[in-house]
Write a protein of this length. Structure first.
Length: 303
């Protein structure tokens, strides 16, 4: 009992001896509007890109793809931590076919933490087309960025199945980024390497060069490079700032890659509530051969 009384007395003494705590020590007197985190997008930002490259079209050979890609990212009015980006692309595939794509990002972002949002795109490679929808997540860890897209692929001539893009990027300087990653598309699993460099000694700010190379299952490979001009009302001055305060990455090249190999089905799949009769299939060589008879009107087509 004496020990208990002594303990209570000691705790009481420590309490009364503690320094006084005032409201100013608990509540930040800074106006609430000034306490907010940085905006999801630091202005209206644009990216214009010209790229040229090649896809392993199918077992019959490769095909070139030359495209113009434009993006605009903007903060969402009255929603400080939310932004949106629209991507549009158009070009020429294999010299005689049209390639086109569009994508939309809606996201929350804190430039000091990361990004979380929803994403959807649609790609057209005459006469095939397919889309993807899902979630995208980015984590900003000092000079590292982990970027993930995971969702579903769907369309008239593709199987509805899981797809992804996963990248680990590192900024060797504020203006040079390289990444390694994984892709899952209709052709199978693919490894990817990419880079982007934004020189700082040019007369025009915001110009960068970029490139990607990838390869994987189904004997697939792709490679492209290009030049990009980024501009707008944002306050970013370096590549790492643009990527975290300006606009998210564009993903349209990946959407097109999933419909680069297609073939006729011997037995069409019946019409459903969301698509018509599936007479063609864009997929891996093994999947196409499994539903067609090469030489008898089926098999991989020249397009």
């Amino acid at each position: 009992m004496k020990k208990l009384i002594a303990t209570i007395a000691m705790l009481a003494g420590a309490t009364f001896a503690a320094p006084a705590v005032y409201a100013a020590d608990i509540y930040d007197p800074t106006p609430l509007a000034q306490q907010e985190s940085e905006p999801a997008v630091d202005g209206i930002n644009f990216k214009l890109s010209l790229l040229s490259g090649v896809y392993q079209r199918n077992v019959l050979g490769n095909a070139s793809n030359n495209m113009f890609v434009g993006s605009v990212a903007t903060p969402i009015p009255y929603l400080h931590s939310f932004g949106a980006q629209l991507d549009i692309a158009g070009g020429s595939y294999d010299g005689s076919f049209t390639s086109a794509a569009a994508g939309l990002h809606l996201f929350w972002r804190d430039p000091n933490i990361g990004l979380f949002g929803i994403y959807g795109d649609w790609a057209y490679l005459n006469p095939e087309h397919a889309g993807r929808t899902g979630a995208e997540i980015s984590l900003y860890l000092d000079r590292y960025t982990i970027d993930i897209f995971a969702g579903k692929q769907y369309g008239q001539h593709v199987y509805t199945e899981f797809v992804d893009e996963v990248d680990l990027a590192y900024y060797f300087t504020d203006n040079f980024r390289a990444s390694i990653g994984h892709r899952l598309m209709s052709r199978g699993h693919v490894a990817n390497f990419s880079f982007e460099y934004m020189p700082q000694n040019l007369s025009v700010d915001g110009v960068s060069i970029f490139g990607e190379i990838e390869g994987g299952e189904d004997n697939y490979f792709g490679a492209w490079t290009g030049i990009r001009y980024s501009f707008g009302t944002g306050s970013w001055t370096t590549l790492i700032d643009r990527d975290r305060r300006g606009d998210p990455p564009t993903r349209l090249s990946r959407a097109i890659a999933s419909i680069t190999q297609c073939g006729d089905r011997d037995m069409p799949l019946p019409k459903t509530w969301w698509r018509g009769e599936m007479t063609n299939l864009c997929a891996s060589e093994d999947e196409i051969n499994a539903v067609s008879t090469p030489g008898l009107g089926g098999g991989i087509s020249k397009q």
